[in-house]
Design a protein around this ligand. Structure first.
Ligand code: BES
Ligand code: ZN
Length: 614
């Protein structure tokens, strides 16, 4: 295992005609050619009263250029108190620095100048309450209502809002931390959490494996721990700990199956941190400790593909990392593919195919609403915030590309290719161009006459889906479609729909495919028969509310208000706000939003604010 930072080699220019000639991460100010950080040490107080992290970060530096004496870091909305540095003889001195004007996307460039090449630089600072990468919750906003809660979400470029850092996935650091909290609050990090098991308000963390800065993560709250197996466990507020353990107790089986397919899990323990419902994502693959939304604790394991997904990032993403945010598909496409392979191993082929079909249908619908250039796997961000180009393209189009290759080569050839790729690039960051070079030599030209490089390039660099893209179909869904037709044409009643053995997946397929001009009588009949407005499964409730808003079915509104006010996962709320606005419910939606907004994460606030500016 390599513990030294591996800095992206930029030698790929010209490897492929489609590749950007200069594969530099446009979202960082860092002067990586002069100097890189190899290790970070954080010493921070979690100050709930002022909603700030306060203390210092110490960078251990490795100079790349003998003539440079300048360290440039990324920051956003940080207050810098002072900067000290240690010279080559061990003496500490004050460094001079300038903090540039804030750029809306990249934040403020911090330029630090030393008198000689520093070994270490210590920046004393605090984050601000509005830090884009942190959420601060009052006790009332948590499940247990007794303690405050805070957590970070650094991907894509939010680490800089709580740590002055070279905030690019092109580089990697090891890190350590000492974190102070109120005595009755437990802190955890994307690191070795052994010391967090003893709750005393003073915690030491160590992450001896080099990771990209977007994977540095912290959470603090009324957290208890329960083991699920020797290698896995859950940190959660006591009120949801047992339900989470019951929901996710297949995690060890998922690890074991993935080890067998793609090589040994590299990170030691794999624990989960259950976040408050306002977490804007489903999950986040922070190494050793995935962050998870409580909206997937459905009681029937129907949404545990989320765990398979975050776990899969332990190979694609955390081991093998996209060098820039334009290469996000290398993280998310491979992860979606591996996620589904894990689901097949643990829950069987039928369920895995249903999940493929639901995602593929979701992608095909989304493709109609996204500007063509943003439907390419290799994104062109052109200075935009990576969050603004976020869609299911890197996920599901990426996954379909890999399923396409799997179908063409067969698993006996394709699986070893993926395993070797993970092994070859482990603890490295790579660009799409480097991937193209790799696949050309190790798959396309190794087995000639199966898939052409033109086809590979079409998948990666052209908009939309190739005409021969896989179109996953499920027998179970065909049965749902047949039953739906007989109900729609009036030959059967809702009570006669064969829903008794429907899983959540079949429900989702059913609801997503019902016409958006269904009569109020039909909507009422469904609701009366299946109590859909009161669905406790967050995904099923979401699908029903989308249908109901589209069809002008009014009975959902009190329940929809609860749904929108109770959770902050963007995928489950943003499309609803959008649908409400387009279906003449702007005023109602705005009122609900004004009430819910203080409980949402800054990221969700940003997305939804944009819908209501007139
Ligand atoms: N790493 C992502 C979340 C992310 C991506 C945050 C890009 C910021 C920028 C995480 O692994 C993820 O994809 N979560 C999905 C899971 C789903 C596809 C099963 C989510 O949150 O919905
Ligand atoms: Zn992911």
């Amino acid at each position: 295992m390599k513990l030294t930072p591996i800095f992206l080699s930029l030698a790929m220019a010209g490897a492929c005609s489609h590749a950007t000639a200069n594969a530099v991460d446009e979202h960082t100010y860092a002067n990586l050619n002069d100097v890189i950080t190899t290790h970070l040490h954080l010493d921070l107080d979690v100050d709930f009263a002022d909603k700030q992290l306060e203390g210092f970060v110490e960078h251990t530096l490795q100079w790349q250029d003998n003539s440079s004496k300048t360290l440039v870091l990324d920051t956003r909305d940080l207050d810098i108190d002072k900067i000290m540095y240690q010279d080559q003889n061990g003496g500490w001195h004050k460094a001079s620095y300038t903090l540039a004007k804030r750029d809306d996307v990249k934040g403020s460039k911090l330029t630090i100048t030393f008198k000689s090449q520093a070994q270490k630089a210590r920046i004393y600072y605090n984050s601000r309450p509005e830090a884009s990468g942190l959420q601060w919750l009052t006790p009332e906003q948590t499940a247990s209502k007794t303690h405050p809660f805070m957590y970070s979400q650094s991907q894509a470029i939010h680490a800089r809002s709580w740590i002055p850092v070279q905030d690019t996935p092109a580089m990697r650091v090891t890190y350590s931390a000492r974190i102070h909290t109120p005595k009755d609050v437990r802190a955890v990090m994307s690191a070795d959490n052994k010391d967090a098991l003893y709750k005393d308000g003073d915690y030491i963390f160590d992450m001896p494996q080099a990771i990209s800065p977007y994977l540095i993560a912290i959470g603090a709250g009324n957290l208890e721990f329960k083991a699920m197996s020797k290698q896995t466990g859950i940190f959660a507020e006591p009120t949801i700990l047992d339900a989470s353990v019951a929901e996710f107790n297949d995690t060890q089986a998922m690890i074991d199956k993935t080890n067998a397919m793609y090589g040994e899990y590299a990170w030691g323990r794999y624990d989960l941190l259950m976040l408050p419902p306002s977490f804007p994502f489903g999950g986040m693959e922070n190494p050793r400790l995935s962050f998870i939304t409580p909206t997937v604790v459905a009681g029937d394991k129907s949404l545990v593909n989320l765990i398979a997904h975050e776990l899969a990032h332990s190979w694609s993403g955390n081991l093998v990392t996209n060098a820039t945010w334009e290469d996000l598909w290398l993280n998310e496409g491979f992860t979606s593919y591996v996620e589904n392979r894990i689901m097949e191993e643990v829950f069987g082929r039928d369920r895995a195919v249903m999940e493929q079909a639901l995602d593929a249908a979701g992608l095909r619908a989304q493709l109609k609403t996204i500007d063509a250039p943003d439907t390419r796997l290799n994104l062109k961000l052109n200075g935009r915030d990576p969050d603004d180009a976020f869609s299911s393209v890197p996920y599901t189009k990426g996954q379909l590309f890999l399923i396409y290759l799997e179908n063409k080569y067969g698993r006996d050839k394709f699986d070893p290719f993926v395993k070797t790729y993970f092994n070859e690039f482990s603890f490295k960051s790579l660009t799409t161009a480097e991937f193209v070079t790799y696949i050309k030599a190790n798959l396309i030209e190794k087995y000639p006459g199966v898939v052409s490089m033109d086809k590979v390039n079409e998948w990666i660099f052209e908009p939309g889906l190739p005409a021969d893209a896989p179109n996953p179909t499920s027998d179970a869904f065909d049965k749902v479609d047949n039953a739906t037709q007989t109900w729609l044409t009036g030959s059967t009643t809702a009570a006669q729909l064969p829903t008794n053995n429907w899983t959540v997946h079949e429900w989702l397929h059913f609801l997503n495919n019902l016409p958006r001009d269904l009569s109020i009588e039909k909507m009422t009949e469904l609701d009366a028969e299946f109590n859909l407005t009161q669905s406790t499964n967050a995904e099923r409730a979401f699908a029903w509310y989308m249908l109901a808003v589209g069809n002008g079915y009014q009975a959902i509104y009190p329940a929809l208000d609860n749904h929108l006010s109770g959770i902050g996962r963007r995928k489950l709320i943003v499309p609803l706000y959008k649908a409400l606005v387009t279906h003449g419910k702007r005023e109602w939606a705005n009122k609900v939003y004004l009430n819910a907004r203080p409980g949402y994460h800054p990221l969700a606030q940003g997305t939804i604010d944009a819908l209501f500016v007139k």
